[in-house]
Design a protein around this ligand. Structure first.
Ligand SMILES: Nc1nc2c(c(=O)[nH]1)N[C@H]1C(S)=C(S)[C@@H](COP(=O)(O)O)O[C@H]1N2
Ligand SMILES: [Mo]
Length: 376
């Protein structure tokens, strides 16, 4: 599908206004989001608001490390350089004139679920809602890289955002870092990544990366660099702060065992009923969403009141890059507090574990979601 003509991109000088933090916080709270750290605009979505195929932009979770950069779209350009045959510098207008794709893609923060780790892992204490699915529109990254022509011997593609600031460096030091992240060339070409200028049919809001962001299906969203200004093709491994120090699995075993986070872990969320909801005795339809970066979701199972895992029905056509909706008819509900749990499996053979492996920075925490309802 081409979306280029459907999105009204403003022409001429267009600067996203500096984000008013108090305003951002109010808007998030009014949309029902849980605001974690107002200073850095980190907000998550209660799972009960995540039941649709596509999440409304106002309810989409937000995660930014630094203040939102102010970008003048008229002078902004995307540079593509390094090990390429034809370095490029593209304006927003040029990008919107290219063939575009529109796809529903699920973004999930690698720290989603961190709050459940015991002992606590450091970082924003996300519950289950640092995840959302939006329709993103823009040219394929592979198409732009093909235009630039990757040179033989290139191994990685580094993506640079316009934002920067102070970070805690190892050894109790602080330093300056820019938001940059890399992917192997193969993944950059094969993952289906988009250079998105629109979200849910409108130009990207400032907080989600205006005027252009990378969106990488199946990968933890740290890969989906917002406020993109540059793409650099390189021979060596990139060692930036958000690649090598942060967003790595640190198993705390010492030595060199640190891998950057990559694919989303398999996971299901219950979106209906809502936690604490009052239900009448009898039956209720439990609904939710499930996703995995490694392979499509093959199965969702539900356990009611400590009973056995039972298979839920997967709804609709299997999505290419978005989450899978599912439903399950729970019957025979007796009075009292009833615990409902859901877990997902994928075609790569992964099953959501009872206890995800603890790691120092708290990534990949795909704990099984459970809610408690009150049956009367
Ligand atoms: N430039 C830039 N890109 C970024 C980030 C950032 O801080 N700066 N945060 C990343 C992380 S960790 C996540 S989870 C997602 C959040 O995207 P959203 O705010 O649109 O939900 O953006 C990613 N891209
Ligand atoms: Mo994240």
């Amino acid at each position: 599908m081409t979306g280029a003509n459907l999105i009204q991109m403003s022409s001429g000088s267009q600067t996203a206004p500096p984000a008013d933090l108090a305003q951002e916080r109010r808007t998030a709270a009014q949309s029902g989001l849980v605001v974690h750290q107002a200073e850095s605009l980190n907000c998550e979505t209660p799972p009960s608001l995540l039941g649709e195929e596509v999440t409304a932009t106002a309810q989409f979770y937000r995660r930014s490390h630094f203040p939102i950069p102010v970008i003048d779209a008229a002078s902004w350009r995307l540079g593509i350089g390094g090990m390429v045959r034809r370095p490029l510098s593209l304006s927003l207008h040029e990008l919107t004139q290219m063939p575009a794709e529109t796809a529903a893609i699920t973004l999930e923060c690698a720290g989603n679920g961190r709050a459940l780790f015991e002992p606590p892992a450091s970082g924003v204490q996300w519950g289950f809602g640092a995840v959302g699915t939006a329709e993103w529109t823009g040219p394929l990254l592979a198409e732009i890289l093909a235009r630039a022509g990757i040179q033989p011997g290139a191994r990685e593609v580094v993506f640079r955002g316009a934002d920067q600031g102070t970070v805690d460096a190892p050894g109790g030091l602080t330093g300056q870092a820019r938001f940059e992240r890399s992917m192997p060339v193969h993944d950059a070409l094969e993952s289906g990544a988009l250079l998105a200028y629109a979200m849910n049919g409108h130009p990207l809001p400032a907080r989600h990366g205006y005027p252009l962001r990378l969106v990488v299906p199946g990968w933890y969203a740290v890969a989906s660099v917002k406020w993109l200004t540059g793409i650099r093709v390189a021979a060596g491994p990139f060692r930036g702060f958000f690649q090598d120090t942060h967003y790595v699995y640190d198993w705390g075993r010492g030595g060199d065992g640190r891998d950057p986070v990559r694919l989303q872990q398999v996971r299901a969320l219950i979106t209906r009923p809502a936690p604490g909801q009052d239900l009448a005795c009898g039956s209720v339809t439990v609904r939710g969403v499930a996703w995995s970066g490694a392979a499509p979701v093959s199965r969702v199972e539900v356990s009611v009141a400590g009973g056995p895992w039972q298979r839920a029905r997967l709804a609709g056509v299997p999505p290419a890059h978005g989450w899978q909706r599912w439903e399950f008819l729970a019957s025979g509900l007796g009075p009292g507090q009833v615990r409902i749990r859901a877990r997902a499996s994928d075609l790569a053979g992964r099953v959501q574990p009872e206890l995800p492996e603890w790691n120092r920075l708290g990534y990949g925490a795909n704990f099984i979601h459970e809610i408690v309802v009150v049956v009367r």
